[in-house]
Design a protein around this ligand. Structure first.
Ligand SMILES: C[S@@+](CC[C@H](N)C(=O)[O-])C[C@H]1O[C@@H](n2cnc3c(N)ncnc32)[C@H](O)[C@@H]1O
Length: 345
């Protein structure tokens, strides 16, 4: 018979519910009184002994638990600091709130156009789970959190979807590390991509390789942004996937409005932020200059130069076009109405 000590080795139980604890709770007995029962149970026919975990796995789990604990402590400290600030402000008779109230944020979430459609509809395509290393998955989820915050704080919040999340995949697991993530005002879609969710005619995948330029946001159209942090390792992948699926694509009108020193690939949350600002009524030039990082060295474009280089005509669009977009006077794809560290592209 296996010894009770071997069975109860804490290292072999990390991350799993304790058999002993469960059985003890169920029977309302002291663990010591039940040891023999546990051994007998685990040797019952039909029970499979748990796979022992490697030292590396155990180390990783320990580190993750320490990190979660540290985050909790940090959050508590931050809350305490904020409380202290509010106390001091109150004592000095200063106004306490700096941003919009929760009530105001909730009210904004309900803003829609005259016909009931939101000013902006965006889906972050998270169907790239297997292409990212763990640290990039972490950055990707951090960007999603940032996107949620940008949307929540916008004067014109859009309808936000996180699609293509693999259930129990890496991205799902990282989401679960954020307290209350399920309650964010976001539509989560598990094991369903944008292709399963939206009408092809009313969807545009944003990719910097597209030949078509987005110059005006269309209400009723869903803009898909790739949720991929790849340091440009998979150059053109989002564009390739979108065109293979027969979807329309468009690039942001960056070169039409600004001169930039570096490549025009933006990170997922910068693209979202830009769309949000444009949807809220800002012009492209101001929105671009306010959004993209200083290191990109963007400068407002000289309008005289602009007239010489016209964007690609609509005639070059694929067959399945959105009639609303086609009817726009502009000759580019349109859509009406629309940094913190560790969020690389
Ligand atoms: C960091 S980029 C991903 C880069 C990736 N190598 C790819 O194949 O696109 C994240 C997403 O932001 C969007 N994006 C970035 N720059 C863009 C631009 N200039 N125009 C349109 N979309 C852009 C795209 O949807 C892209 O999938």
């Amino acid at each position: 018979m296996e010894s009770a000590l071997q069975m109860d080795d804490p290292e072999s139980r990390v991350g799993q519910p304790s058999t002993l604890a469960l059985e003890t709770a169920a029977l309302g007995e002291e663990p010591s009184k039940l040891l023999s029962g546990v051994v007998a149970l685990s040797t019952c026919p039909g029970t499979t002994p748990g796979t022992p975990q490697s030292k590396n796995q155990l180390k990783k789990q320990r580190k993750m638990a320490e990190y979660a604990e540290l985050r909790k402590l940090r959050r508590e400290k931050e809350r305490e600091r904020n409380k202290q600030k509010r106390r001091e402000a109150r004592a000095q008779g200063l106004p306490i709130r700096t941003g919009p109230s929760r009530k105001e944020l909730k009210r904004r979430q309900a803003i829609t156009g005259a016909d009931g459609t939101p000013a902006l509809k965006v889906a972050i395509d998270l169907d790239y789970d297997e292409l990212m290393q763990e640290r990039d998955i972490a950055k990707c989820v951090k960007q999603c959190l940032r996107i949620y915050t940008i949307n929540r704080r916008s004067s014109h919040p859009g309808e936000l979807h996180f699609s293509g999340i693999r259930r129990n995949g890496n991205i799902h697991k990282w989401f679960m590390k954020n307290d209350g993530w399920e309650n964010w005002n976001v539509k989560y879609h598990f094991d369903k991509t944008h292709r399963d969710l939206f009408d092809r005619e009313h969807m545009v995948y944003l990719t910097c390789e597209s030949e078509l330029v987005l110059d005006k946001l269309q209400p009723g159209c869903t803009y898909i942004i790739g949720g991929l942090v790849d340091h440009n390792h998979f150059k053109g992948l989002c564009h390739q996937r979108a065109t293979e699926a027969g979807l329309r694509t468009a690039r942001l009108p960056l070169s039409e409005h600004v001169d930039m020193k570096t490549r025009s690939v933006l990170s997922t949350y910068h693209v979202f932020e830009l769309l949000t600002k444009v949807a809220a009524g800002q012009d492209w030039t101001t929105a671009i200059l306010e959004t993209i990082p200083v290191r990109k060295g963007a400068k407002a474009k000289d309008r005289a130069e602009d007239a010489e280089s016209e964007p690609k005509q609509l005639e070059d669009e694929p067959e399945s076009r959105d009639p609303d977009i086609d009817s726009q006077p502009s000759e580019s794809i349109s859509a009406e109405s629309e940094p913190p560290s560790g969020l690389d592209s």
